[in-house]
Each structure stands twice: as structure tokens, then as C-alpha cells.
Design a protein around this ligand. Structure first.
Ligand SMILES: Nc1ncnc2c1ncn2[C@@H]1O[C@H](COP(=O)(O)OP(=O)(O)OP(=O)(O)O)[C@@H](O)[C@H]1O
Length: 249
């Protein structure tokens, strides 16, 4: 495992974020996120205590949370640049995103939940709709037998695979995973960790994962980034001078 970062323009993730939020819990208190990192690693793991700002960071990269100031690029494409007024909408950023609690739709069956990853309009995919990309991932994750069932009828592993299939069905440029194994028991966690590693190796797409689990850090290797109170431990100076000049201009 390494903690070095590189500054090539083709870095998988090149992230600078500054954001201050008013606390939802205590009136008057604020949370400040201020970090910068670049990673060329295929696996980047973000870890740290609860409330450190891990999810906010992942959501900012995904385009689901807009920082006050920032610059985010992936594989050379600028997704956010507050100085230049660039903010690519989440749906056009090309990421597959897996939320902490999987966020499956309870009223949709497994096939519809997976097909949701291809959705471009407002309507939910119909139960009768078939798409070869959806069928491919249902098969790949051995979900075809439960394709007509709803999330409440699934095991923990099947739920996790459904969420992963939904994240992958749109052929994402990279995967953003928010604690993908936290809802699973230890035995299943170990198995699905190995399945995910094999899948990433086969697809050759980068992933950025949030975790609390030291075993994920040891297993996935790559670049490990520790976040504490909104800052990277041992990270680069949060905002570089070029960026500050841009803000002042
Ligand atoms: N929309 C919001 N408005 C105000 N505060 C927020 C908002 N979202 C998150 N926060 C606060 O920002 C801080 C960081 O939250 P975040 O969810 O990123 O932490 P985390 O490191 O992912 O924690 P956990 O490991 O528990 O998921 C917390 O203090 C949280 O209460």
C-alpha cells in the first residue's frame, strides 16, 4: 500500500474540495471539508472515523453534492471547476455509484432496479422491459432466478449484487463505492470482497471506496487516504496556489 500521489493529468481522480456546512444536529456549529488529492491507483480507499467527511467527498465527486469551491477531474476530464464555472451533472459524469445502504427501490423488482442504472427519463423501467445489458449483469451476478423479486425478498448478498449490477449496467468509467460491505456478515463480506476484486481486475475500471474496515484497506491496496475532521491526514496542502489565484481573479 502506498500513500504517494502523482500529478499527471490522466490521474484516475484529481480532487480539490472546499465546503462548509451548517451542522444538522447542533445549531451554530459548522463542518468544514477541505481536501486535495490525486490518485493514479486503480484502487483508492478513503477511510477515517464517522463524520470525517467521507460520504460528502464521494458525493462531490459523483456530482450529488456541490462544494463551495473545488476542482474535480477524472481521467483528464474536468467534472467540476468552480473558477471556470464547470459543473457536469451527475448523470453525465459516467460513474457507477453504490450507496452505503444500497438505496434499492423497494417497489421495483431486481430487474427494474438494475435497469434503473440505464434510465435517462423520469419513468421507472417497466417490469416487461428487457435490455441485453441488464440481462448480462443479472446473469453475471447470478440474479436471474430472483429477477422478478423485490429487495425485501432478497438475502444481503443478493441485495448488494443488485446494487452493484445497477452501478455497472451503464458501463461506468469508474466505480464509487460507499461502504459496500458494511451491511454484510463477515463471511459474506469476505466472499463479496473477492468477487469485487476479480470483477474490477476483469473490467479494468478504477474504483474509489469508502470503508471503516481495516480488512478492506489491506485487501484492496492501492492508494489509502485517511480523512479526519474534513481533512486528509498527511495530505498535500489543501488548496494549491494556482487554484487560490483563480479564485481571487
Ligand atoms: N447535507 C448536510 N448538511 C449539513 N451537514 C451535513 C450534511 N451532510 C453531511 N453533513 C455533516 O458533515 C459531516 C460529514 O458527514 P459525512 O456523511 O461525509 O461523514 P462520513 O465520514 O461519511 O461518516 P460515516 O462514516 O458515519 O458515514 C458530518 O458532521 C455530517 O453531520
Amino acid at each position: 500500500m502506498s500513500t504517494t500521489v502523482s500529478n499527471t493529468p490522466s490521474a484516475c481522480f484529481d480532487v480539490q474540495i472546499q465546503q462548509t456546512l451548517r451542522s444538522r444536529e447542533r445549531s451554530g456549529s459548522r463542518f468544514s471539508l477541505n481536501l486535495r488529492f490525486r490518485s493514479e491507483a486503480m484502487h483508492t480507499v478513503l477511510y477515517g472515523p464517522s463524520g470525517a467527511g467521507k460520504s460528502l467527498t464521494l458525493q462531490a465527486i459523483a456530482g450529488l453534492n456541490r462544494p463551495d469551491q473545488g476542482r474535480i477531474s477524472c481521467q483528464g476530464q474536468v467534472l467540476l471547476d468552480s473558477v471556470r464555472g464547470i459543473d457536469v451533472p451527475a448523470a453525465q459524469r459516467g460513474f457507477g455509484y453504490l450507496f452505503q445502504d444500497y438505496a434499492l427501490f423497494p417497489h421495483l423488482d431486481v430487474r427494474q432496479n438494475v435497469a434503473f442504472g440505464l434510465r435517462r427519463g423520469w419513468l421507472n423501467p417497466s417490469r416487461r422491459w428487457r435490455d441485453p445489458r441488464v440481462e448480462h449483469w443479472l446473469q453475471a451476478f447470478e440474479l436471474d432466478a430472483v429477477a422478478g423479486q423485490r429487495p425485501e425478498q432478497l438475502s444481503g448478498g443478493q441485495r448488494q449484487r443488485t446494487a452493484l449490477a445497477r452501478a455497472l449496467v451503464g458501463a461506468p468509467r469508474a466505480l464509487l463505492l460507499d461502504e459496500p460491505f458494511s451491511a454484510l456478515d463477515p463471511a459474506l463480506r469476505g466472499r463479496l470482497r473477492e468477487e469485487l476484486a476479480a470483477l474490477l481486475q476483469r473490467l479494468q475500471i478504477p474504483m474509489l471506496m469508502i470503508t471503516h474496515d481495516p480488512e478492506d484497506l489491506a485487501f484492496f491496496g492501492g492508494l489509502a487516504l485517511q480523512l479526519r475532521a474534513g481533512r486528509l491526514v498527511g495530505g498535500e496542502a489543501e488548496i494549491d496556489s494556482e487554484f487560490e489565484q483563480g479564485l481571487a481573479a
